[in-house]
Design a protein around this ligand. Structure first.
Ligand code: IPM
Ligand code: MG
Length: 360
């Protein structure tokens, strides 16, 4: 198969982790007889430095022409980087929001899994961590508060900022359908998270989710208020299978869920549109403080590449090979510093990539 992949190395540790993910992809291509063509594009700070904007039309066109996009991370230190002196729409994060919108990537899949080998990293009590958990957070990614109209004005000498949270039923329905489809391939449970005791957008969310649920009689649906969900994630994470939620709640809850695994350097994500196209990126950020030191954990990006093979190319066998290589490397005792413990063997980013590629 020919795989036409656009890469966004981005900022901070992004270039290092994408390089290792490519190494693993190349090993997969060699073993299973695929041909991968890569094209790098600039986004975030890297694009600001060259073009003055975080994402150019040419970069969007390149991404659109690809079969899938593999991304590292974007952004810098918000207190010290000159990128954050620019007006908000020219900052690195604006590039990420813009590419999500331009490619219509409305469904964000963020798995949060507790790896048996890394259970010690889970910050929760042992009785909770030994139960383990494996959830998929489905975050709506192109609507709600992050894409509503916003402005800052001054009225009678008083500064006022306005952000708007809008959802129409079609935006809710399409992400709900994706959520239920994915639940059908998992443990068949959807927890829809909202703030229906306060927000109209949440009340519509709940109504539409219930309508969609009628087409999935095998799936158990429950509704949970977002503040309660934040508590349940630390009290009893094993209760969750698919968490289905809107943009901002998903942003926050997915970070919470990843922290509960204790190993955010291990968590991948996929952002999908209505076709097979997707953008795949680690759930963690650009970690500018450790950039260029060859100590970053490339596994989240490698697992994002695995999700890419699975969701955009239907190459399940190849994706399984990557997932198995990750498990094997952990079993063999290798760890990057973020997941280091006891008498494991500490390795850097490059060596972790080599070890994974060898195990394909
Ligand atoms: C994420 C990030 C982004 C978001 C930021 C960088 C705009 O936090 O992918 O979760 O909030 O969507
Ligand atoms: Mg976030």
């Amino acid at each position: 198969m020919n795989l036409n992949i656009v890469c966004i190395p981005g900022d901070g540790i992004g270039p290092e982790i994408v390089r290792e993910a490519k190494k693993v992809l190349d090993a997969v291509a060699k073993k299973y007889g695929h041909v991968i063509t890569y094209k790098d594009i600039l986004m975030g700070g890297a694009s600001i430095d060259v073009h003055g904007v975080p994402l150019t039309d040419e970069a969007i066109a390149d991404a659109k022409a690809a079969d899938a996009v593999l991304m590292g991370s974007i952004g810098g230190n918000t207190s010290t980087s000159p990128w954050y002196q620019l007006e908000p729409k020219l900052r690195p994060e604006a590039g990420l929001l813009a590419i999500r919108k331009a490619l219509n990537l409305f469904a964000n899949l963020r798995p949060a899994v507790l790896y048996e080998e890394l259970a010690g990293a889970c910050p929760l009590k042992e009785e909770i961590s030994t139960a383990g958990f494996d959830m998929m957070i489905m975050r709506e990614l192109t609507g709600g508060l992050y894409f509503g109209e916003r402005k800052t004005v001054e009225e009678n000498g008083v500064r006022k900022a306005i952000d708007t949270l809008t959802y129409d039923e079609n935006e809710i329905r399409r992400i709900a359908i994706k959520g239920f489809d994915i639940a059908m391939k998992r443990k068949k449970k959807v927890t829809s998270v909202d703030k229906a005791n306060v927000l109209d957008s949440s009340r519509l969310w709940r109504t539409v989710v219930n309508e969609v649920a009628k087409d999935y009689p095998e799936v158990t649906v429950e509704h949970m208020l977002v503040d309660n969900c934040a508590m349940q994630l630390v009290k009893d994470p094993a209760q969750f299978d698919v968490i289905l939620t809107e943009n901002m709640f998903g942003d926050i809850l997915s970070d919470e869920a990843s922290m509960v695994t204790g190993s955010i350097g291990m968590l991948a994500s996929a952002s999908l549109n209505d076709s097979k196209f997707g953008l795949y990126e680690p759930s963690h950020g650009s970690a500018p403080d450790i950039a260029g030191k060859d100590i970053a954990n490339p596994i989240a990006t490698v697992l994002s590449a695995s999700m890419m093979l699975r969701y955009s190319f239907d190459l399940d066998r190849e994706a399984d090979a990557i997932d198995a290589a990750v498990k094997q490397v952990l079993e063999d005792g290798y760890r990057t510093i973020d997941i280091m413990s006891g008498n494991s063997i500490q390795v850097g980013c490059t060596q972790m990539g080599d070890l994974l590629a060898e195990r394909i």
